[in-house]
Design a protein around this ligand. Structure first.
Ligand code: LMR
Length: 402
């Protein structure tokens, strides 16, 4: 049956992790996958997650029964409040729906799949930022939608290409779908300012575009959950209908538990109910119902005031360590007098920095220095610590000069 099947290329990000693991060099550094690491370079089980796990055991809330198709009710409600705010008018009006999904990827998929079936403008394209997380294209193309790009990164300023972005939003057919990173843009670490969000919303509103936010880093960018949700809440206040994919992989360190949510902001309670019912129908056919463990942990924390505050402290620990590493890397490069400007490393935000290093330079970093990063020059800041940051700066210095 399958003689004709062609092999598919390996996923670039996960392939980097495998290559890093297989490397026996003592100074190897993994700056590939976006997963938090401690100062010792180890994965971190958040202290609040440990507490929540104990509580679930004590309360005997760890049975293995099926969750409902749309997931754990307490988790969905809390996830929606987390992103839209505890005083959200849209929530009070009952027009916000939710579906627990297989983390952020599953949430983007559930939304994309729904749009591919029910978006009223047939053939509408989904615009993704250039560059973006590689899975965005794969997901939307996977559900049969056309994927186009809007400019985002300006290599000249190593910042946001607002003019290009707004220009494409202007020239796109009315009612196009725009996939937007609300904070900690992956891979660039460049976010619009509040004033730029206003300009983006102005154009999107005038053109009747549909915003689909992919929020994988709430709390992780600035360390402040409300600040990181600014753009989403601003768009809701302006009356947009929208989807928001939420991942709890990064901000809870629950990477393997696949806890995520698709928040649906609709025009009315009735429409919200109908959308949820369609997502439930589709979800049943793909995963039947979502996994319980991660969502139970998240739910315990989000629904307990004291736990919530401790979680905020854990988030600050992660965000601040990353900000420290940005500063140290920047200082090391300045000290070395490495050609070029490096202030973008401290200006960027979140898990990643888009260094501006080229694919040939990345190759040398990998082969000569055993430093692993994606070919587009993205580094996961969390992979740096006080023991390897100097080494990495020296490696950058070498590839830039040679
Ligand atoms: C990343 O971009 O490194 C992470 O979001 C992990 C992934 O799934 O690609």
């Amino acid at each position: 049956f399958f003689e004709q099947v062609q092999g598919a290329p390996a996923d670039v990000i996960f392939a980097l992790t495998s290559s890093y693991k297989a490397d026996s060099h003592t100074q190897k550094v993994n700056l590939g996958v976006g997963a938090y690491r401690t100062e010792e370079g180890k994965p971190w089980v958040l202290p609040i997650v440990k507490k929540a796990k104990h509580l679930l055991v004590e309360n005997e809330e760890l049975d293995h029964e099926y969750l409902p198709i749309l997931g754990l009710e307490t988790f969905r409600k809390a996830a929606v409040k987390l992103i839209l705010g505890y005083n959200s008018k849209a929530i009070a009006e009952g027009r916000v729906g939710a579906a627990q999904c297989i983390s952020g990827t599953g949430a983007v998929y559930a939304g994309a799949h729904f749009l591919s079936k029910h978006y009223p403008i047939k053939g509408a394209a989904c615009y993704i930022s250039k560059p973006t997380w590689a899975n965005h294209r794969a997901i939307f193309e996977g559900v049969g939608m056309q994927v186009l790009e809007y400019p985002y990164w300006d290599p000249a300023t190593k910042g946001l290409d607002l003019k290009g972005m707004l220009g494409t939003m202007q020239s796109a057919p009315n009612g196009s779908i725009f996939l937007i990173h609300p904070c900690a843009h992956n891979p660039t670490g460049v976010d619009p300012t509040n004033d730029q969000w206003r300009q983006i919303a102005d154009v999107m509103e005038a053109k009747g575009h549909f915003p689909f936010f992919d929020c994988a880093y709430q709390g992780f960018a600035s360390g402040n959950l409300d600040k990181d949700a600014y753009s989403v809440r601003y768009f809701v206040d302006r009356g947009f209908e929208m989807f928001i994919a939420q991942s709890f992989s990064k901000n809870f360190g629950l990477y393997s538990e696949r806890a995520g949510n698709l928040t649906v902001v609709a025009r009315s309670v009735e429409v919200k109910n109908r959308i949820e019912s369609q997502i439930a129908k589709a979800q049943r056919a793909v995963i039947s119902n979502p996994p319980a463990y991660g969502s139970r942990i998240v739910s315990v924390v989000l629904n307990n005031k004291q736990y919530y505050q401790e979680w905020e402290q854990n988030l600050s620990t992660m965000a601040n360590r990353i900000i420290d590493m940005r500063n140290v890397l920047y200082e090391e490069l300045v000290k070395l007098g490495t050609p070029g400007t490096w202030n973008h490393i401290v200006d960027q935000i979140g898990m990643f920095s888009f260094t501006g290093l080229t694919a040939p330079q990345v190759k040398v970093l990998k082969e000569k220095y055993h430093v692993y990063l994606t070919d587009n020059g993205r580094i996961s800041m969390a992979g740096l610590n006080s023991k390897n940051v100097k080494y990495f700066a020296q490696a950058i210095d070498f590839v830039v000069r040679n």
